[in-house]
Design a binder for this molecule. Structure first.
Ligand code: IPE
Ligand code: IPE
Ligand code: MG
Ligand code: MG
Ligand code: MG
Length: 337
């Protein structure tokens, strides 16, 4: 398991290098003015580049090339960075990728505007995709962009609700996070000219990887190591985000524990994060989250396995790329600190 994880990481680095070159060229098309300074800042902070790697790997798994995939890879990564710039305003987050967030370094207004510019830039990047694939890529991109907004709206609305059902949470994270990973895979396949059934299987794989990914993000927000998390640990607890952990804790806690948890909601009293983390551990919701995440990874693997069994000729492009897709799913469950 460790060796597989390590290999996937090495393979990801190759895709990332290919992406960075194309990304630098793309950004050089834009003026060196104040509007674009936060764009360049956030893009230069990097991040894992998971989504563009998925676009390129899916494209190669379907017999295409990284070059063919670059417009879609740029589109999803620029769109992702746009959502982060606005998400950090909404979440009042001080840190992103280990550095000050855009609205902290500049101000809210510039973060809003530069985010808007990023979104338009993402659409512009996509216009360079292979002409045959472009209509379906644009359709997928725009549907996904709206779904992410729907998910973000639900995420914010849940903050002030007393109870949220686990099914509502799963739907919220499907929208705010999973659909973009799913779209990355679909658009990679589409850039290679893959047929609809193959693209649908890639999409389903991505949805489950995305659900596992957001569960992991919630876990790390609570239990991550501040030295390498790159974001404020405990931010979700301070904002009363209805994460898997909080929802299950509210469902499981009884008596004094439930009172204690409810007293923390809506308050920002000193020591809130530590007290809530204590309750999470005592109630065992951290272990439940890890199980839920592993369940989603298994569902993701199942989607690819069914596709391979039904259609051995599909996903028959680069074997390394297919191995990377499997590796990425495993990596999500491996990183828990
Ligand atoms: C953060 O995404 C937002 C979520 C959907 C959890 P990533 O964890 O992929 O962020 P970067 O791009 O690597 O910084
Ligand atoms: C991220 O959710 C979803 C989007 C940015 C669309 P989070 O708010 O959990 O992401 P992080 O933790 O700030 O990266
Ligand atoms: Mg958020
Ligand atoms: Mg956030
Ligand atoms: Mg988060």
């Amino acid at each position: 398991m460790m060796a597989e994880t390590f290999d996937a990481k090495a393979a990801m680095a190759d895709y990332r290098t290919a992406f960075e070159g194309g990304c630098a060229d793309f950004l050089s098309r834009y003026p060196d003015s104040e509007l674009y300074a936060p764009v360049r800042y956030l893009m230069a902070l990097g991040g894992k580049r998971l989504r563009p790697v998925l676009v390129m790997a899916a494209c190669e798994a379907c017999g295409g090339t990284k070059e063919q995939a670059l417009p879609a890879a740029l589109a999803v990564e620029l769109f992702h960075n746009f959502t982060l710039m606005h998400d950090d305003i909404m979440d009042e987050a001080p840190l992103r990728r280990g550095q000050a967030t855009v609205h902290e370094k500049w101000d809210d207004n510039l973060a809003i505007l530069s985010g808007d510019a990023l979104h338009v830039m993402a659409c512009e990047a996509l216009l360079d995709a292979p002409a045959d694939a472009l209509p379906s890529l644009l359709r997928m991109y725009h549907r996904t962009a709206l779904e992410v907004c729907e998910g973000q709206e639900q995420d914010m609305a849940f903050e002030t609700r007393n109870t949220v059902a686990l099914e509502e949470y799963m739907e919220m994270i499907r929208l705010k996070t999973s659909v973009l990973l799913a779209a990355a895979l679909d658009m990679g396949g589409g850039s290679a000219g893959a047929d609809d059934a193959t693209r649908e299987a890639l999409y389903e794989f991505g949805l489950h990887v995305g659900l596992a990914f957001q569960l992991q993000d919630d876990y790390l927000d609570a239990f991550g190591n501040p030295e390498n998390f790159g974001k404020q640990v405990g931010g979700d607890i301070l904002a009363d985000k209805k994460t898997f952990l909080l929802i299950r804790a509210l469902e499981k806690a009884q008596g004094a524990d439930l009172d204690a948890l409810q007293t923390e909601l809506g308050s920002k009293r000193e020591g809130k994060v530590e007290r809530v983390l204590d309750l999470y551990r005592r109630l065992g919701v951290d272990a439940e989250l890890r199980d839920a995440m592993a369940g989603q990874v298994a569902l993701a693997e199942g989607a690819l396995a069914r596709m391979k069994a039904a259609r051995p000729d599909a996903l028959a492009g680069s074997e390394g790329a297919l191995a990377l897709l499997h590796g990425v799913a495993k990596m999500v469950t491996a990183r828990l600190n």
